[in-house]
Design a protein around this ligand. Structure first.
Ligand code: CO
Length: 151
């Protein structure tokens, strides 16, 4: 089911999200709905607070594949890249953000099983952007030269 994506100004986007503790049907429904919502919006990532649920869960859809990260935590971050970024909660805008060029995260899947992944380049950028959402941070807090995306 496609959900409504909250827009900047909504206080839920500024919450520090709580860890997921129940790996149940409700979590599966949330992740399924987040996937549907992300695909419909043709975005690279979506965090649970963007659909009104202040829990530590994100979905990322990039060239490397589709990933569901529950309770993601950085193990390390390396290097630096600067590039344009947008957000489904900040419609019509883009800004340049400095991010690490390579990150490692540990996370759980929808069943609660633990995994890790290493992401580079745009994938790393997407992971960093989504993890920020879990702490109430929006890319425009960090971006330089936020502009209309049509410009
Ligand atoms: Co975003």
């Amino acid at each position: 089911m496609v959900l409504e994506i909250l827009q900047v100004g909504d206080p839920i986007l500024r919450e520090k999200c709580s860890p997921v503790t129940k790996f149940d049907g409700k979590l599966c429904t949330l992740l399924d709905n987040m996937k549907d919502t992300l695909k419909k919006a043709e975005g690279a990532g979506l965090a649970a607070p963007q659909v009104g649920v202040p829990l530590r869960a994100v979905v990322v859809d990039v060239e490397e594949g589709y990933f569901e990260l529950v309770n993601p935590v950085f193990v390390w971050q390396k290097g630096e890249q600067c590039g344009p970024e947008g957000c489904l909660s900040v419609r019509g805008k883009v800004g340049d953000v400095v991010r690490p060029s390579k990150v490692k995260v540990v996370f759980q899947d929808r069943k609660g099983d633990k995994y890790s992944l290493v992401a580079r380049d745009f994938f790393a950028r997407a992971v960093c952007h989504e993890l920020d959402h879990l702490d109430g941070v929006i890319y425009t807090d960090k971006a330089q030269h936020v502009r209309n995306s049509e410009d």
